[in-house]
Structures are given as C-alpha cells and as structure tokens.
Design a protein around this ligand. Structure first.
Ligand SMILES: O=C(O)CCC(=O)C(=O)O
Ligand SMILES: [Fe+2]
Length: 209
C-alpha cells in the first residue's frame, strides 16, 4: 500500500475559512495537491491590484541572470511588503490560506500578459544551486477574466485552469517524493484575446522577510 504524503494545506470539505473570507474549493487534485479556489480576492481588490501594478510594470526578468527571457514574455512587478492596507490584508489572507507564516512569503508579484504573451512550462522551485531556502508552494490569483486563452496548464497532469476574476490555483511541491514535485510543472498558455493579469504568491521553506 502506498501512503499518502503529508500536505501543507489540509482541506476537508468545500471551503477554507480565513479571518476575513470564506474561500470555496471548486476543484481538487490530491497528489500533488492542487486546489482551484473561488472568492480568494474580491472584485474591488482585483481592480485595485491591477491599478496599483499598472504604473510599475516591466518586461519579465527570470532567474539570476536578469536577462529579459523568452521563457516568460509577460510584464511584471513586485509589491513592497504590506505597502498599503490592501496589500497587507491580501498578504495576511494568502498566508493563512497557504498555512505558512507571512514571514516566509516572497513579495507579491503581479504579471500582465497581452495577446500572444505566455509563460513556458517551468517549476516554481529552484532546481540549481544549494536551494537552502527553496520555494515550497504557490498561489496564482486571477485578477481578471480573460477573453480567450491564458489558461494555467500542468502538462504532466494534462490539467488546465481557466482564469476567473477573484479565483486562484494553489499547488505545493514540498514532497519527499521528487516525482510528485515534478508533476507541478506548469505554464501560462498564450493569451489569445484580451489581457491576463495574475498575482502570484510564492512561499519559502524558511523565513524570507
Ligand atoms: O500565469 C499563469 O497562469 C502562471 C503564472 C506562474 O506560473 C507563476 O507566476 O509562477
Ligand atoms: Fe509558475
């Protein structure tokens, strides 16, 4: 018999209650744990995050080389920790939802994809270097409805998530069995029409801020 591995987020039932929100679980894969979550952000929070991020967008840079990369063709920015009330509230809610202290959180990132832009398949954890304080889990929050395309796709699982304003996809890769971690390979499909805005929270194994 194979024993199921421990997960970071434990969900029984169809919702996760945080101090300020009732988040609905609308889809779930057990191993690796992937949750599709509704009502993570309110429409007003989505609009505000897009507004605040808009003025600060840069073409995405990936990894340590800081070269503009073809792996990700979208634009991005990072918020400062708790830089205003809304960001602070979102960070606190997301940490509670992800069951990790906010001190382990990377700065909240916003990505904007325009038509044709995409994020090729990648792992969110670092596979090179010492990885002392590696990433362990991800929450991708959708800030708008995308007219066409822009799904988050897990090629090894043949599984895709359609962006929906205020909803999110959660996944974790903190398993002893590296094959489970590898199944979290994911991509952002090209946007075909409209724009796609997401906010991503990555959590680290140890304190980060
Ligand atoms: O845009 C997406 O759907 C995925 C974003 C992503 O993979 C990331 O921010 O790490
Ligand atoms: Fe990712």
């Amino acid at each position: 018999m194979t024993i199921k591995e421990q997960t970071i987020v434990t969900s029984s039932g169809n919702k996760i209650l945080t101090k300020d929100k009732e988040i609905r679980i609308v889809g779930k894969l057990d191993e690796p744990l992937i949750l599709i979550l509704d009502n993570v952000l309110s429409p007003a929070e989505c609009d505000l995050l897009i507004d605040l991020a808009s003025a600060r967008m840069q073409r995405a840079k990936i990894g340590s080389s800081h070269d503009v990369s073809e792996v990700r063709t979208s634009s991005s920015m990072f918020f400062e920790e708790g830089e205003n009330e809304c960001i602070g509230q979102v960070e606190a809610r997301v940490a509670e939802l992800m069951n990790i202290p906010v001190s382990h959180a990377e700065p909240l990132q916003v990505l904007r994809y325009q038509p044709g832009e995409q994020y090729h398949p990648h792992f969110d954890y670092f596979t090179q270097g010492s990885n002392m304080n590696n990433r362990i889990s991800t929450l991708v929050m959708y800030l708008n409805d995308v007219e066409e395309g822009g799904e988050t796709y897990f090629p090894s699982l043949h599984f895709s998530v359609t962006p929906k304003k205020g909803s999110a996809v959660y996944f974790e890769y903190f398993y002893n069995d590296t094959r489970l971690n590898e199944l979290t390979l994911h991509a952002g499909h090209p946007v075909e029409a409209g724009e796609k805005w997401v906010a991503t929270q990555w959590m680290r194994r140890q304190r980060y801020r």
